[in-house]
Design a protein around this ligand. Structure first.
Ligand code: CP3
Length: 357
């Protein structure tokens, strides 16, 4: 069989049998890698993700160095607000800032519909380059921010302590917020479809700020839009992953999101999550990213415990519960990847797993 015909990562996403658990890391294309920092010394972050050759190079760095089982495109979720016409600046030590956040309902009509082939061609070209260079070794994950998380950035403008602006909309003018979320959803659908057409083999929707909502708000302002997007971008053979951070209290609700895979943060117990979500979807995660500060033997033990919490059988994609931190030693990241590869086969071998607790 040619390598591109069967990928462990894709198989596990669809809960088909695999010989071991596949593994990759959120933010694997980033600052903990010296080769990333070397490029970053020469270019600012925005120039990097707008240059397809650099996108391809950085995307492949963790594949070459750590042999992860999937590549994730080097880009950012804020390309959508930018394509909708919002000015974006990257500030060292602070991160991305939208210079004129949306604070009035009247600003919504000035947001442009997104045409990925023109507005975001640097992403699509990056995808085509990566696919060519990967030659089918591992699949490429494309991604987008989910509407709620993008709206949070667009209204707050950047990092926020209390999310006072968007919360004011959520409780005080929900109709305006829905109007904004509709527009963002249209952009996300067009963007994800274009990524798949360009060669993305899986799509992850990042809802990093879902956890600031209340239960009813999570349903009305986050899940409702995610469900619709997933229906509209669904493509045979292309798994869709929904990563929502801080939503452990709403697992039964999460089961209705329609994704093939749910990404979980480290506060969720994998065994409980599997009982609730397992019959319908695969699970991705969820080692605490700060666990990678521990020495490699401890990392190995923590990985063993994570794999055991999920238990026997397919349907698990090992990952961190959020992005890898910039000051984690590369050797610790390697220990994480290696531990999943060497410790997980026992959970997929039927004669052995019969003896598991
Ligand atoms: O996972 C990957 O390696 C792919 C690339 C990727 C980046 N950002 C690169 C990046 C992905 C998937 C993202 C998603 C993203 N971006 C999210 C959702 C996931 C999450 O972490 O919650 C969010 C909220 C953003 C917005 C963003 N981008 C912030 C808040 C920051 C600053 C904080 C930080 O981590 O530096 C960024 C910058 C960013 N995005 C960097 C990278 C490699 C660092 C840029 C640099 O200084 O070199």
């Amino acid at each position: 069989m040619k390598p591109e015909e069967r990928h462990l990562f894709i198989e596990a996403c669809f809960r088909r049998p695999v010989e071991r658990t596949p593994v990759w890391m959120m933010r694997q294309a980033g600052r903990y890698l010296p080769e990333y920092r070397a490029i970053r010394e020469k270019y600012d972050f925005i120039t990097m993700y707008k240059t397809p050759e650099l996108v391809a190079e950085v995307t492949l760095q963790p594949v070459h160095r750590l042999q992860v089982d999937a590549a994730i495109l080097f880009s950012d979720i804020l390309v959508i607000p930018e394509a909708m016409g919002m000015a974006l600046e990257f500030r060292e030590r602070q991160g991305p800032v939208l210079l004129e956040p949306i604070r009035q309902v009247g600003q919504i009509p000035s947001l442009k519909p997104v045409e990925p082939e023109t507005d975001l061609n640097f992403v699509l070209e990056g995808i085509r380059l990566v696919r060519r260079e990967l030659e089918g070794r591992v699949p490429l994950i494309g991604f987008s921010g989910a509407p709620w998380t993008l709206a949070t950035y667009m209204i707050e403008g950047g990092a926020s302590r209390n999310f006072g602006h968007i919360k004011r909309w959520r409780f005080g003018q929900p109709d305006a917020l829905h109007q904004l979320l509709e527009r963002i959803s249209d952009a996300v659908v067009a963007y994800c479809r274009a990524q798949i057409a360009a060669g993305a083999q899986a799509i992850q929707l990042f809802d990093s700020w879902a956890g600031i909502l209340d239960a009813a708000g999570f349903e009305a302002f986050a899940l409702r839009y995610v469900r619709k997007i997933i229906q509209e971008i669904r493509t045979p053979g292309v798994p869709i992953i929904y990563f929502a951070r801080g939503v452990g209290a709403w697992l039964p609700r999460l089961a209705t999101c329609g994704a093939d895979v749910v990404g979980l943060d480290w506060q969720v117990d994998l065994r409980t999550a599997r009982q609730i979500l397992g019959p319908r979807m695969a699970l991705q995660g969820n080692l605490d990213p700060t666990a990678l500060y521990a020495p490699p033997p401890v990392i190995r033990q923590l990985v063993r415990e994570m794999l055991k919490r999920y238990g026997a059988g397919s349907g698990h994609v090992a990952n961190l519960g959020h992005g890898i931190l910039p000051d984690v030693p590369v050797e610790h990241a390697r220990a994480f990847i290696e531990a999943v590869k060497t410790e997980s086969p026992v959970f997929h071998n039927t004669s052995e797993t019969e003896r598991l607790p």
